[in-house]
Design a protein around this ligand. Structure first.
Ligand code: BQZ
Ligand code: CA
Length: 688
């Protein structure tokens, strides 16, 4: 009774009759057609077997300077540095065929390396550093070019797998005889170390956020022999889980280096384990194509080719072709500027404010870089911290907001206050941005307009919904008050300081809140600290650029709803507690788990449509805007797959398969900072 009278009192305080207000609540409207925008790059779709295979070749080759190390007895011959059956990239899938050694790809990034313990959650600075260092059980970035009816994760360090009759076991075969970049053998012990000491240890939070639930509640993993591991699942044939075995969620680390530092094997605390390989530690063993050899803080990270890299081209040349990789430590906006100017080699043009300038520069025939727009795979959403039981340890003010966040009328009010057309225009005018209600991106294969509930922009509807949530400006200062405490509603909104786009959208949300009496206080935090705040739940709201599950639905599907205690970025369990699921979240979890558990494509489409309806009707998140990205790559590079999106299953740093990109001899520049050098031992001088 109390609740209703308070509510009623709130409504009356607005000076309008309850019926009028109720009639004006948020009412769905058809989703406006997105402006026509054709992706420029034409993808030629292929089968998985057109891209790669695993087989022994009659002979192998290496760069001449590497042979010098072999002659000097510093390195085993190339045959002994490769697995029994290396991964072979097929020339038919390489636009410019077999390449030549030499040159560098000069990345510019906005992140900063905290250190090299990726498996305990350290950040390397994003922008392709961790993507290049992490080789995972499967690989999905390049799937943008795989035919829909053959879509399945690519083999990677797991070269093949088979399901048991009952579909509850998956036996995976690892590449045999591969070595870490320091020569140590790669085998099942590395897989098991990651599973037991990082994933299952609740004190260790890998950078990919993987937990046991990432692979299905009650999932198990065991070692069969040196090159075979076996998964056991509760459901039959959860084939979806193979996507979660790709970057960033199952990328084993060098257990010979990590295990001795783990608290279970040493006197280290968990923090000391995480910090055991600081940003100045060079030569961290990797299965990736390049090894960190130098880090000048706030200046550059330099990597040199890994002499044990386990992939080759069809002529038997050990990859990568590029001898060196640079990551200039700058800002994300500078990455766009340098890529079009030609002082950098690569950018994901993802900040729409930079489109016009970048397009103009790239349109000049003399431009050093090629710019190619893709589909609308970039989108931003407003996340409500939906934990009402203590995740992130909120104070009284924060707790009150979380309880509002859990109120459907409040969320419908928020989504109604958003003028999405204006938000898109605030980033860039023209056919780029589309109205995005939230959930699966418009235009993507699992998007279903019919199940997308769109509450259009309406100040009246927003105000009516806030009244139904019991809010009213009882002291007339223009800011809504809580019914019982009488205090003004104050909402903190976490914003990533590293991107102008995030800040522009946040400004829009603040202004649109003010117009309906909501006081939204932006908490604009840079890079690694923002990551920490996000992961710890230190926010009421969060303006966030979507991850791959909202683009493809099949990559990291478990993150579409709180399917586990910490699988959702904005609704996790508190220490030692449970996730306090709202009713519609329980339904979403059920639908997502059914999607993961079935192989029937028609059923999957139906289930994803059900998910989309639950997500958008209940405003699980409030979409802000969706727009295309453009890939900018310097023209001297060959083998950049046509139509590679800047983001889909993963970022373009994965999608373009950098290890098979090369610079034709006549276009090579002498950008190498350590020509003729190879990485030194782990923790050594960098180059030897
Ligand atoms: C791409 C990407 C490669 C992370 C990061 C960064 C982090 C997030 C996100 C993007 C950067 C670039 O994105 O913006 O274009 O190069 O690195 O990893 O935004 O702050 O936490 O999810 O991927
Ligand atoms: Ca007030």
């Amino acid at each position: 009774m109390k609740k209703f009278t308070t509510l009623y009192a709130g409504v009356l305080a607005l000076g309008v009759s309850a019926t009028a207000v109720l009639a004006d609540g948020a009412t769905p409207a058809p989703l406006p057609e997105a402006p026509k925008f054709d992706a420029q790059g034409q993808v030629n779709f292929v089968g998985i077997n057109d891209i790669l295979e695993y087989k022994a070749l009659p002979e192998y080759k290496e760069p001449e300077f590497v042979t010098e190390y072999v002659k000097a007895g510093k390195l085993p011959p190339v045959n002994d540095r490769l697995p029994k059956e290396p991964m072979v990239y097929k020339s038919g899938n390489m636009k410019d065929g077999v390449g030549v050694y030499g040159d560098v790809m000069r990345h510019v990034i906005g992140g900063r390396p905290e250190g090299w313990n990726y498996w305990a959650g350290q950040i390397q600075g994003w922008g392709g550093i961790d993507i290049g260092l992490q080789e995972c059980l499967t690989r999905t970035g390049p799937l943008f070019q795989v035919k829909a009816d053959e879509l399945a994760p690519l083999p990677n360090v797991a070269k093949s797998w088979e399901w048991s009759e009952d579909g509850k076991q998956l036996t995976m075969h690892l590449i045999e005889g591969a070595k870490w970049s320091d020569g140590d053998a790669f085998d099942a012990d590395d897989i098991m170390y990651h599973w037991e000491f990082n994933v299952l240890d609740p004190e260790v939070n890998p950078l990919g956020n993987e937990t046991q639930e990432t692979f299905g509640k009650g999932s198990k993993l065991e070692k069969v022999d040196a090159y075979t591991v076996r998964w056991t699942f509760e459901n039959a044939f959860p084939t979806q889980v193979l996507y979660s075995m790709a970057y960033p969620t199952f990328c084993p680390g060098p257990s010979h280096i990590l295990a001795p530092q783990h608290p279970k094997n040493s006197k280290n605390t968990y923090e000391q384990y995480k910090q055991a390989f600081g940003p100045s530690y060079m030569g961290m063993p990797t299965l990736g194509a390049w090894v960190p050899v130098e880090h000048r803080p706030d200046d550059i990270v330099v990597l040199r080719r890994n002499p044990y890299f386990w992939k080759v081209d069809e002529s038997g040349q050990q990859l990568p072709y590029l001898n060196e990789m640079h990551y200039r430590l700058s800002t994300w906006a500078d990455r766009d500027v340098q890529a079009v100017a030609g002082t950098g080699d690569f950018s994901n043009l993802e900040q729409a404010e930079n489109y016009v300038e970048s397009l103009k520069k790239a349109a000049d025939p003399a431009s050093p870089a090629r710019l190619e727009f893709g589909q609308r795979t970039i989108a931003y959403s407003l996340h409500f911290n939906l934990s009402g039981n203590g995740w992130g340890k909120p104070d009284e003010r924060g707790q009150a907001v979380r309880e509002l966040n859990r109120n459907i009328h409040f969320r419908k009010g928020v989504t109604s206050m958003l003028d999405r057309q204006r938000l898109g225009d605030s980033l860039v005018k023209g056919p780029f941005a589309a109205i995005y209600p939230g959930g699966i991106h418009p235009g993507m294969s699992f998007f279903d307009a019919g199940s997308t509930v769109y509450y259009p922009y309406s100040v009246e509807a927003a105000k009516a919904e806030f009244a139904l949530a019991g809010l009213a400006d009882t002291d007339g200062d223009g800011v809504l008050n809580y019914p019982n405490s009488g205090k003004n509603v104050e909402i903190t909104m976490l914003v990533n300081a590293d991107y102008q786009s995030d800040k522009s959208l946040a400004e829009g949300v603040v202004a649109m809140g003010e117009a309906v009496g909501l006081r939204v206080i932006p908490n604009i935090v840079a890079g690694n600290d923002r990551e920490a705040a996000r992961k710890a739940g230190n926010f009421d709201w969060h303006v966030w650029r979507n991850a791959s599950e909202f683009v493809t639905a099949v990559q990291n599907t478990e993150r579409l709803a709180p399917t586990g205690p910490s699988t959702s970025d904005w609704h996790k369990a508190p220490e030692g507690g449970e996730v306090d699921l709202l009713d519609f979240e329980k339904e979403m979890v059920d639908v997502v788990n059914k999607f993961i558990a079935t192989k029937d494509n028609a059923e999957r489409k139906t289930l994803m449509a059900q998910y989309q309806k639950l997500h958008t009707e209940n405003v699980y998140t409030a979409g802000l805007t969706a727009y295309p990205g453009a890939l900018i790559v310097n023209k001297r590079f060959a083998n950049v797959a046509p139509g590679a999106p800047i983001f889909m299953f993963n970022w373009a740093e994965d999608n373009i398969i950098r290890e098979r990109v090369y610079v034709p001899a006549d276009k090579q520049q002498n950008f190498e900072l350590y020509p003729g050098k190879l990485p030194d031992v782990p923790g050594g001088k960098g180059v030897m």
